[in-house]
Design a protein around this ligand. Structure first.
Ligand code: SF4
Length: 173
């Protein structure tokens, strides 16, 4: 039993090590911060050299990149998309609006903290974050995956009632 557990742990470690260099990113652009993505993923900053490539379907993507402020209608779609993705999956909050509402901090329509509704693995601060900051955010996520610490998707399952209660509060589901 002990040997089996050790082998399984080793297998997961190898998978995580490989997975961090092959991440497909779903970038349904929720807000203005998305304007920094084209330079990040094209030749100038070239995110693909780290194995990070944009992708178009939720079921085959690893990263949900939330590119800015989230209003109540957007949240409903984000939850659907996140729940369609297969684990392991990772959420990046991109821009100050995802952290605390940013310049929309007092808007009735904008949510103030993405991590109340979805498990955020990495936040990238800035309004809007530069391509260099975005790459740093990607590299932080890669490091967390390699260390087995990018476990937001497990947290979502373990604390499903907590997330659903927060989601219901704003969505009135
Ligand atoms: S952080 Fe700035 S750039 Fe990003 S969504 Fe908010 S206002 Fe727009």
């Amino acid at each position: 039993m002990e040997l089996q557990e050790t082998l399984e742990e080793g297998y997961v470690e190898i998978l995580d090590h490989l997975r961090k260099r092959s991440l497909w990113m779903l970038h349904y652009c929720t807000a203005c911060g998305a304007i920094e993505l084209p330079p990040t993923i094209t030749s100038r900053f070239d995110a693909e050299r780290f194995g990070i490539a944009p992708f178009v379907t939720s079921r085959q993507s690893d990263i949900l990149l939330v590119t800015g402020y989230i209003n109540i209608k957007t949240l409903k779609r984000l939850i659907t998309v996140y729940e369609q993705m297969l684990p392991p999956k990772y959420v990046i909050g991109f821009g100050s609006c995802t952290i605390n509402g940013g310049i929309y901090w007092d808007s009735y329509a904008v949510l103030k903290r993405l991590d109340l509704y979805l498990p955020v693995d990495v936040y990238i601060a800035g309004c809007m974050p530069s391509p260099m900051a975005v790459l740093e955010g990607f590299r932080t996520l890669m490091k967390l995956i390699d260390e087995g610490k990018a476990n937001g998707w497990k947290k979502y399952i373990e604390n499903y009632d907590y997330y659903k209660a927060n989601q219901r509060k704003v969505l009135k589901w």
